[in-house]
Design a protein around this ligand. Structure first.
Ligand SMILES: C[S@@+](CC[C@H](N)C(=O)[O-])C[C@H]1O[C@@H](n2cnc3c(N)ncnc32)[C@H](O)[C@@H]1O
Length: 309
């Protein structure tokens, strides 16, 4: 999804400097966070970049020295936390990195460092820093004390298999929805896809739509109904877009077969209407594929397929 995020950032007047797996480096005005980008998990103010400190535990001392010797703007904080992610085989853990960086930052800023070891959660208002380490190097960034961007304030209710909001936002962009079009999600679960769409919509689910209604209390332009995705209550050729994340018979059981779903969705879509679908299904029979975007999601590798009726 990195290229989708890069496109969104460019549209917002940012300059994308590097695009690599799971990470983009960009420059842009601080105001970019006033209307935060929707397809990224989070945004950090880059404070330090350096070469990969290496795979052995000597990297921890090197990181501490690097953080101690880098000039940072002062960041007021009572509590300070760090979250790290790493790629490649290393003889130290993410918690070792967090503690190495966090203790130095806390002593520099006169803050109390709160380690995330043993599942400990930093107190509300803690100023959070981010460390990523991989073969490209180490990047240390400041989030501050706002919540991560992927944690949408509206998403208070959930269902099994619910979509990560930035993935939903990316699907909506890839679908190419235009003003005046109406989006339908026939397996809407908690309503994530339609709430992320900037146009009106209709969401339905055989298991009910209570969670979706709660999440979409600020979106009166979306209608919710309990319905079977194999027998939708819409006339033939009446729908512009279906954007959906149907059940794959893993975490969520499908009530119906792939063939039944696709036949019904083809019936309700107008000629030229689009189906944008996140699934592991190798082909979408009856549709003309426009693009396929394989993604990595919680250890699985489904594909966002954009296709046309
Ligand atoms: C992977 S979940 C969708 C999650 C949703 N995109 C979200 O963000 O919360 C798949 C949904 O399909 C629904 N489902 C399964 N069979 C169905 C059917 N025949 N008709 C309608 N919904 C169905 C399940 O109840 C489940 O909510």
């Amino acid at each position: 999804m990195e290229h989708v995020a890069a496109e969104e950032l460019r549209e917002r007047g940012c300059t994308v400097i590097t695009v690599s797996p799971r990470q983009l480096v960009f420059s842009g005005p601080p105001s970019v966070l006033e209307q935060p980008p929707r397809t990224v998990d989070d945004v950090f103010l880059l404070a330090l970049s350096a070469p990969d400190p290496g795979p052995t535990r000597s990297a921890l001392g090197a990181l501490s020295r690097l953080v101690a010797s880098t000039p940072f703007d002062v960041v007021e904080a009572t509590f300070l936390s760090v979250s790290a992610s790493m790629a490649g085989r290393r003889t130290y853990s993410r918690y070792d990195v967090e503690d190495a960086v966090g203790t130095v930052l806390a002593s520099r800023f006169g803050a109390v460092y709160v380690s995330r070891r043993n599942g400990r959660v930093p107190p509300a208002g803690a100023v959070d820093w981010r460390v990523t380490i991989d073969q490209r190097g180490v990047h240390i960034g400041l989030r501050g004390n706002r919540p991560p961007l992927h944690r949408r304030p509206w998403k208070v209710a959930s269902v099994p298999g619910t979509l990560h909001p930035p993935v939903a936002a990316a699907m909506v962009r890839l679908a190419g929805v235009r003003t005046g079009e109406v989006v339908v999600d026939p397996c809407c679960g908690a309503g994530t896809l339609l709430v992320e769409a900037p146009v009106p919509g209709v969401g339905s689910d055989l298991a009910g739509v209570a969670a979706a209604r709660v999440n979409a209390h600020h979106r009166p332009d979306i209608a919710w109904l309990t319905a079977d995705a194999r027998r939708l209550p819409y006339p033939d050729a009446s729908v512009d877009h279906i954007i959906t994340n149907p059940p794959w018979n893993r975490q969520v059981t499908a009530r119906g077969t792939v063939a039944e779903f696709l036949r019904e969705w083809r019936r309700v879509l107008r000629p030229g209407g689009r189906l944008t679908c996140l699934s592991p299904w190798p082909s979408l029979t009856g549709f003309h594929t426009l693009a396929r975007y394989p993604i990595s999601l919680f250890g699985q590798h489904p594909v966002i397929t954009v296709c046309q009726r």
